[in-house]
Ligand binder design. Structure first.
Ligand code: DC
Length: 227
């Protein structure tokens, strides 16, 4: 385990760049809590779909948000997402949710509620959180910030592999369309678009193994640490 002073590690970047993989491994190495903020937007999306909430109706969304409770639980070393007490870890990865989540994540009231929950999760520090606005909006003063990128082809292959390994039937073309669609919305939306701030350290992991990526990030963290 790597010892550093109590910190917040923010990891941002495009979809399917390996952010969560790095975040999980860093959390393990530092003995910190890992939070996948994208899972929170996905859980909201699932709730809206299952309850036929019109995402163009701000009033309906605002009311529905009061009925949404999102929690993370460690189950056998696996970080599970719970929506109103139900384990939705697998369901939030479906294409049905993926196809709607960027629209939901662009809604101001949704972001306000998620950011509030995320801020509370980081109150005691010792957290690694990945997402799109973690270093820019959620924790602008995070001690460590990384911006992860990878080439589009590499990302399409990774996501396709991830989905098919989980038994989902999906073509490369469908995955590519979904990724490009989400990249576009995530980086051009009005509310907290994906941004690399000057204090983010850029890591392109297209040709890095998981172990190499972890080593690069840890090197930066240790270099900044006062311990
Ligand atoms: O990381 P992911 O693919 O699970 O994220 C799902 C969606 O949520 C994606 O379209 C971007 C959005 N998101 C966001 O806007 N802000 C975050 N902090 C995390 C995710």
């Amino acid at each position: 385990m790597t010892e550093i002073e109590d910190s917040i590690v923010a990891i941002d970047g495009f979809s399917s760049c390996g952010k969560s993989t790095l975040a999980k491994e860093l959390a393990k190495e530092l003995g910190y809590r890992f939070i996948d903020s994208g899972a929170m937007y996905r859980a909201c999306t699932l709730y809206f779909l299952d309850n036929n909430i019109d995402i163009n109706n701000v009033e309906a969304i605002t009311t529905a948000l009061d009925d949404i409770d999102i929690e993370f639980q460690n189950i056998d070393g696996y970080n599970a997402t719970f929506l109103n007490g139900e384990n939705v870890t697998s369901e939030i990865r479906s294409l049905r949710v993926a196809n709607q989540v960027s629209e939901v994540a662009a809604i101001k009231v949704v972001r306000q509620k998620m950011v509030k929950l995320q801020n509370a999760m980081g109150a005691q520090k010792r957290i690694v959180m990945d997402g799109r606005d973690i270093g820019s909006v959620v924790f602008p003063n995070a001690e460590h910030k990384f911006f992860i990128t990878a080439e589009v082809e590499v990302r399409v292959k990774r996501r396709h592999n991830e989905l098919t390994t989980k038994g989902k039937t999906v073509t490369m073309e469908e995955v590519r369309k979904n990724l490009e669609h989400r990249d576009h919305i995530d980086s051009t939306r009005k509310e907290s678009p994906l941004t690399k701030t000057p204090s983010h350290i850029l890591i392109d992991n297209s040709y890095l193994t998981r172990a190499e990526q972890l080593m690069v990030a840890l090197k930066h963290i240790k270099a900044k640490s006062k311990i």
